[in-house]
Design a protein around this ligand. Structure first.
Ligand SMILES: Cc1cc2nc3c(=O)[nH]c(=O)nc-3n(C[C@H](O)[C@H](O)[C@H](O)COP(=O)(O)OP(=O)(O)OC[C@H]3O[C@@H](n4cnc5c(N)ncnc54)[C@H](O)[C@@H]3O)c2cc1C
Length: 716
């Protein structure tokens, strides 16, 4: 705490101590006022200006110091100055005093509170920044919330001082009026509780409800404006139409059918979407074959003198397709029809906020109306506009699964999760792979040492990882394809046979009606916290809505989209992104939940770091996989988990314990107190908790315990 803050704190403490030490509160009681009422009124009659000024200053001091007595002073204001002058004086004095208290709390505490609890306060801060005035107005109107608490708490939020002042002034006016008016009748009131009659309380409740009702009316008017010009059908064909049958669309339709809604799911290409057909499933199937090959190369490490893999890449890719076919029934039209979903294979176009035109793959077309629509059209690979890229030709995660011949030299553009997974898988299958990344490291979302470990492993496996390389153009020279890149101002030429572009994915937002309806889009469809678009009955979920691009987040959002679209306005839920895990399935596998160290530093979140090296773990040693680490970020001095990064074998499975812990508010102490089977990789979770515990051992207490033991030995 700096010197200015300390001085202010000392001055305030002195004033408050004086108030309580000299028992000044006795002057702020109704009894005292009543006993002195005649004298005070006489003084006010003789010196009205002085009396008003003294009252004003005293009121500002009491409220500015958050001392008890404001309610009594308000009553006294009415009794001494009458309704008009009393109201005027109290209204300004209370707003000024409240603003002083607000500023004191802001000056002394806000930085500390935001630093310590910034992460947890993010939603509140965002809410206050957006609608702080409205919240404050509601709080001011409802006198069940203590006046001084509101002042102090609001000081900790980002609300502007001026907004705080004028909203307080207006918001408190009605309550002040009631109290000052009651004060004019003071002779008949024996205690402040006396004015809280059921009728008066009822009017306060009504005053409190007023802004909520006003907000509802404003919301309804805004919605009306959005729909102006559109003809709402008198009846609907369906409760819900879902466009796109990937992870988000399938789960949305599933939930809708489960709650007995009439739902139609439209898919233009293949049910299961990206994850089943070109994403998670094929990539993990290929990674499995590639891992087997890598183990065979490491045979001697496991005491096997020689192991030779004879294989045809085409067979590996056929297995990938077999895996897709095996999983396919989970996402099939038959299964979903059986669950009560109407599945239409065709292309959907939204033509009004309630209507969708469908051109079936068989050629017929129809128009269906629905009360709500969920857009779940996913994303597709982004192709950077690098000169010459079309001429050399390229694969993406959409098309690479068609390959049956292993490219001799594969160039992978991109160092994100998809680029990394495919780089290692193809290299392990025998391709000579060069991975080009324009930034200084691959897997940039993770901490630098994570990228470093993965990069080291890639290089050890013979992959050329070229970081800080900017792709400038593609050329074909003497029939050979070449990437011309720039590295530290120098031109680098990288010849290759096949190019795989994996530089990110863009949401599918064009060509099916969003433009015509004026639905706002940026990189993704813009939605509010409830996943509603500009039209409250049109929702978006999955990759097309962002901000994450995972199957499990698509499914998570789908629940909100389904429930909100079917039950709004009776009930709706804000999508909760507080605990989102993910994994990148390279070797060593990388998994994360919550924040990592880089983010904690960037966002100025106070944290402690505890690390456990998996190289020390019995099971990892026995498995020949003694590498990687678990890094846990906790609140300083507490075992509350802020985030976990795991690098190592089965990291994606191991992280589940932390996902549960974070979601359910379980700390490291309780993980440490949980039995983990020996010998498993999961024991690493317990050991990192043990490391945290050791670092927080109560040293002083232990010194006493040592003395206790020595005494028991008869040595002390
Ligand atoms: C190589 C790769 C590996 C991945 N690995 C993982 C992983 O391991 N774990 C993970 O969680 N995520 C992974 N992902 C990401 C995951 O696949 C996506 O996040 C997920 O599939 C998104 O689901 P979605 O429903 O939003 O979109 P999609 O699955 O893309 O589904 C959208 C569907 O909408 C259809 N559609 C679009 N427009 C229309 C229209 N007008 N009418 C009718 N239908 C339409 C499309 O045909 C498509 O089937 C991976 C992705 C890739 C590319």
């Amino acid at each position: 705490m700096n010197i200015r803050r300390l001085l202010l704190l000392a001055a305030l403490a002195a004033l408050v101590l004086t108030y309580f030490g000299l028992d000044l509160g006795r002057f702020l009681s109704l009894d005292y006022f009543k006993s002195q009422q005649a004298a005070i009124e006489a003084w006010r009659a003789a010196q009205p200006l002085k009396a008003a000024l003294a009252f004003f200053v005293a009121y500002v001091a009491v409220t500015g110091l958050s001392l008890p007595g404001a309610a009594v002073m308000t009553l006294v204001g009415g009794a001494v100055f009458g309704l008009f002058w009393g109201l005027l004086l109290v209204s300004f004095a209370s707003s000024l005093g409240a603003t002083l208290a607000f500023l004191v709390s802001r000056f002394l505490l806000r930085d500390w509170v935001q630093k310590r609890f910034g992460d947890r306060l993010r939603a509140i801060n965002a809410g206050v920044e957006k609608e702080g005035g409205f919240y404050l107005f509601t709080l001011r109107l409802v006198p069940v919330f203590p006046f001084f608490v509101i002042n102090l708490l609001m000081g900790l939020t980002p609300i502007r001082t001026w907004t705080f002042y004028w909203v307080s002034q207006i918001g408190m006016l009605a309550g002040t009026l009631v109290y000052v008016n009651a004060g004019t009748q003071l002779a008949k009131i024996d205690s402040p509780a006396g004015i809280l009659s059921p009728a008066l309380l009822g009017s306060f409740v009504l005053l409190g409800l007023f802004p909520l009702i006003a907000k509802k009316i404003v919301g309804t008017l805004a919605a009306r404006k959005v729909y102006a010009g559109w003809q709402r059908p008198a009846r609907f064909d369906r409760n819900l139409i879902v466009i796109g049958a990937g992870s988000a669309g399938l789960v949305t339709a599933y939930i809708a059918a489960a709650v007995k809604a009439k739902v139609t799911l439209i898919e233009k290409h293949r049910l299961g979407g990206d994850c089943l057909n070109t994403g998670c499933v094929p990539s993990k199937a290929l990674i499995r074959s590639a891992k087997l090959l890598s183990h065979m190369r490491r045979a001697q490490e496991f005491g096997i003198r020689s192991a030779r893999a004879e294989f045809d890449f085409a067979d590996v890719m056929e297995r990938v397709q077999r895996v897709i076919r095996t999983v396919e029934p989970h996402d099939s039209a038959e299964r979903y029809s059986g669950l009560g979903v109407e599945v239409i294979e065709g292309t959907a176009t939204i033509v009004s906020p309630w209507e969708v035109d469908i051109v079936r793959n068989s050629g017929e077309s129809e128009r269906l109306s629905a009360r709500s629509i969920v857009i779940a059209t996913g994303a597709r690979p982004f192709i950077p506009p690098i000169p010459g890229i079309e001429a050399v030709g390229y694969f993406t995660s959409d098309t690479v699964w068609e390959l049956r011949e292993l490219p001799r030299r594969l160039l992978v553009l991109g160092g994100g999760p998809i680029g990394c997974e495919l780089t290692q898988a193809f290299a392990r299958c025998g391709a000579s792979v060069t991975q080009v990344q324009h930034g200084p490291r691959i897997m940039v979302r993770e901490d630098p040492e994570v990228s470093e470990l993965v990069m080291q492993r890639f290089r050890a496996e013979g992959i050329a990882v070229l970081v800080n390389h900017e792709a400038r153009k593609f050329v074909i020279e003497d029939g050979e394809k070449i990437l011309v890149a720039e590295h530290q101002g120098q031109e680098v030429r990288i010849p290759f046979d096949a190019l795989l572009v994996a530089v990110g994915r863009v949401a599918n937002i064009a060509g099916y009606g969003l433009e015509e309806l004026g639905i706002a889009t940026g990189r993704t469809i813009e939605t509010n916290d409830f996943l509603q678009t500009k039209y409250p009955n049109i929702y978006a979920a999955g990759d097309v809505a962002g901000p994450f691009q995972f199957t499990h987040t698509a499914a998570h959002q789908a629940w909100y989209a389904a429930v909100n679209s079917l039950f709004d306005p009776f009930r709706k839920f804000r999508a909760d992104y507080s605990v989102i895990p993910w994994a990148t399935f390279v070797e060593p596998e990388v998994a994360r939940v919550g924040i990592n160290e880089s983010e904690a530093r960037e966002r100025n979140i106070a944290h402690e770091v505890t690390v456990y090296g998996i190289d020390d773990l019995d099971r990892a040693i026995a498995d020949g996989e003694a590498h990687g680490f678990i890094k846990v970020l906790t609140v300083p001095g507490k075992d509350r988990i802020l985030g976990v990064t795991i690098v190592g074998e089965h990291a994606g499975d191991l992280i589940a314990e932390y996902v549960l812990a974070m979601r359910q508010g379980i700390g490291l102490n309780r993980i440490l107190g949980t039995i983990h089977i020996y010998p498993t990789l999961a024991e690493a979770n317990k050991y990192v908790a043990g490391n945290w515990k050791k670092a927080h051992a109560p040293q002083k207490l232990l010194a006493w315990v040592a003395r206790f033991h020595a005494w028991r030995l008869g040595q002390a």
